[in-house]
Design a binder for this molecule. Sequence first.
Ligand code: CAA
Length: 246
Amino acid sequence: METRVALITGGMGGLGTAICKALSADGFTVVANCLPGDAGRADWLKARQAEGHAMHAAEADVTDYDACAAMVEQIEREIGPIAVLVNNAGIIRDKYFPKMEKAQWDAVLSTNLDSLFNVTHHISPRMVERGWGRIINISSVNGVKGQAGQTNYSAAKAGCLGFTKALAQELCAKGVTVNAIAPGYIGTDMVMSMRPDIVQGIIDSVPMKRLGKPEEIGALCAYLASELAGYMTGATLNINGGMHMG
Ligand code: CAA
């Protein structure tokens, strides 16, 4: 049997890398999306190769609908039909709301929420046509509970949950599942970019008293992508060290 192709947006970042590795370990042919001209692309591919994962890279800015169409077209032509899509690309631009600039709002909403439309719109009809697919959207604990300083990010990540449930309903009978993962604070560059005292305060507030590991999110993605996850759709899976229980 041919291996299934999995596309992970923002696949070369902290969470993205762990997701790529988990899916590759489970036998998927992994395509890691990155921004056009990403300077780290070649080194990232080499590092994965050295770990025994032969992966592909695909460039497209997920805020650009037409660029996403071209990327999907090229992957399907050159690598194979996309069976698993992980919408993982995301950024933060944290600011107390009165001080938040329009550009910070727009950047987060377009990268974290518009991207779901821009990428999924080109792939879900193909999955439906083939009668099988897994769409996994990376939300956040802060989309579930809200977070001061993150009106933009919380709004986008909550929007991601609505998108997940609505699309899951549309695709229920078509062999395509749509689920969301809501990670808590994971030890990636995104979290470590905050002031050290803020990071420490967050760790102290997590009942398990530690940050999550990227591999813990990768393993959950691998489950959702698997054949045996076929009865789960429209779900939000909380994975946050007990910080918030949905
Ligand atoms: N609750 C309520 N108010 C808060 C607050 C909080 N947790 N933190 C700060 N404030 C208030 C301050 O009291 C202050 O209010 P006044 O002006 O009325 O006194 C106001 O915010 C401004 O504070 P700053 O001058 O520090 O403003 P800032 O805009 O530069 O920074 C902040 C504020 C962005 C909230 C900053 O404290 C911060 O970075 N907090 C952490 C936010 C966070 O958790 N981000 C997660 C990033 S990682 C991620 O998102 C991954 C994931 O999915 C989990």
